[in-house]
Ligand binder design. Structure first.
Ligand code: FAD
Length: 433
């Protein structure tokens, strides 16, 4: 494939995925003697940590997405293609994509993760995931559609199903999402829908472990649970989901909730094109890499971020699936590639853990930075500052800041639009040929 900046003298580094990891590799290879080609299914980078605010109408979708072409327009050695990469042919150093075959000298797999429904096809069909802008906008529409629908029901039990919102998974995403839906219940429901009272709506957060935010400190878990309960979220711990049929969610202890809305944030699994040997794919569908991010046993192929697992004695399950790991691995790998090209010795990756945080509605957050732990109002300011500064693009930062300020002052961020009515796609039979 010809590219505008094609320079046959320079080796071609192809990056699959313009997420947190992929864009860092491409940026760090600016002005280096390589030809950089970035491939992604979408033409934009997504800031996933704020997807929940799109899903609940605090932010509009363009505030958390950024066009990849615009991001790199000043980078001479860069080319972008919208492409779905289907397979890797390591022998011939080519990729099979929906826009044709693409050759590489060095390949970086930065394809991230997708939602893990743990093999339950009913849950996969009826529950709603939140990994992309499109899915977040679908959730926003579906939440609003179900509240609208509830107004048409005279049977109280039937109506309750439309006003019961169940979030599964007590990690940061589930906590932030359920807290944000509870804010809608507490501050917006009665204003927008005078026929309804806030007591008519229920928000549940379901977690299989004995605590939420299990990867954070015990203080953060306890405080987050308390804050959620103060918001009126019903936190169900030690509860395993066994099924969901679009009307009733069932649990291992025999209990059930009638609900039209189940939001699934209970797990992720790596996603990558065909061509990677199953022998090096571990739990969570992650590709094993060595300490230089090289895919084990594959020449000139590297993997970074959520899709990769760097197993060491200190980290028997690899690094956590968070943005800073992907970003740091991206910058590290770019430097190592330059070292390789210059015939210099390569280095090993070291992760610098900047800490973890989660917000729970307005004014409340929990923050763990090493041994420093704090919660409450100050933590919320820290959370806001970090997320604002991490957003890509000046416009996005300004728009987000204005939205947050309006929301804070009026209790009423107003992006409660149903642009496209959400309808579940036709269910394809699993046994269909
Ligand atoms: C709702 C949510 C909230 C989160 N909150 C936080 C948070 O607060 N803090 C934090 O640190 N982390 C958070 N994370 C995790 C963080 O977003 C990930 O760790 C990070 O995105 C991983 O970066 P990555 O580069 O590995 O993959 P991603 O950023 O997911 O990028 C992967 C890219 O690859 C593309 N792609 C995938 N397959 C193909 C293919 N076959 N062909 C072409 N393109 C492909 C995708 O379109 C995507 O653009 C959150 C994640 C989610 C879903």
């Amino acid at each position: 494939m010809n590219t505008k900046y094609s320079n046959p003298k320079f080796p071609r580094v192809v990056i699959i995925g313009g997420g947190f990891g992929g864009i860092e590799v491409a940026k760090a290879l600016k002005n280096k003697e390589v030809e950089v080609m970035l491939l992604d299914r979408n033409n934009h980078h997504t800031f996933q940590p704020l997807l929940y605010q799109v899903a609940t109408g605090t932010l509009d979708a363009p505030s958390i997405a950024f066009p990849l072409r615009k991001m790199f327009r000043k980078q001479e050695n860069f080319t972008f293609r919208i492409a779905d990469v289907r397979g890797i042919d390591a022998l011939n150093k080519t990729l099979d994509t929906d826009i044709g075959s693409i050759s590489y000298d060095y390949l970086i797999v930065a394809t991230g993760a997708t939602t893990n429904f743990f093999g339950n096809s009913d849950i996969a069909y009826y529950a709603m995931p939140m990994k992309s802008v499109k899915e977040a906008v679908n959730i926003r529409s579906f939440l609003l559609q179900n509240i609208e629908e509830s107004l048409l029901k005279t049977d109280l039990e039937e109506r309750a199903a439309y006003l019961n919102f169940v979030v599964v998974g007590g990690g940061p995403t589930g906590v932030e999402l359920s807290g944000s839906i509870a804010e809608i219940r507490n501050h917006i429901l009665a204003k927008d829908y005078p026929e309804l009272k806030k007591e008519d709506m229920n928000v549940y957060l379901v977690e299989g472990l004995p605590k939420i935010l299990a990867n954070l400190s015990p203080q953060a878990s306890e405080k987050a649970e308390l804050y959620l309960k103060e918001l009126g979220v019903k936190v169900l711990l030690n509860v395993q989901v066994t099924g969901y049929d679009g009307d009733i969610i069932t649990f291992a202890d025999g209990s059930r909730i009638k609900t039209k809305t189940v939001l699934w944030s209970a797990g992720v699994m790596g996603q990558f094109p065909d061509g990677i040997s199953p022998d090096i794919v571990i739990r969570g569908n992650r590709i094993r890499i060595d300490e230089e991010c090289r895919v084990i046993g594959m020449k000139d192929i590297f993997a970074i971020g959520d899709v990769a697992a760097m197993i060491t004695d200190e980290l028997p399950r690899g690094h956590p699936g968070v943005a800073p790991v992907a970003q740091q691995q991206g910058r590290f790998l770019a430097k190592n590639i330059v070292r390789m090209l210059n015939g210099q010795p390569t280095e090993k990756f070291k992760y610098f853990d900047k800490g973890s945080m989660a917000t729970i509605g307005r004014n409340k957050a929990v923050v763990d930075i090493g041994k420093i732990r704090f919660q409450g109002f100050f933590a919320w300011w820290v959370w806001m500052f970090v997320h604002l500064m991490s957003l890509v693009g000046f416009r996005n930062r300004v728009v987000t800041f204005i939205n947050w300020a309006i929301n804070y002052l009026t209790f009423n961020a107003g992006i409660r639009l149903i642009i496209h009515k959400y309808r579940r796609p036709e269910r394809v039979s699993e046994h269909a040929e």
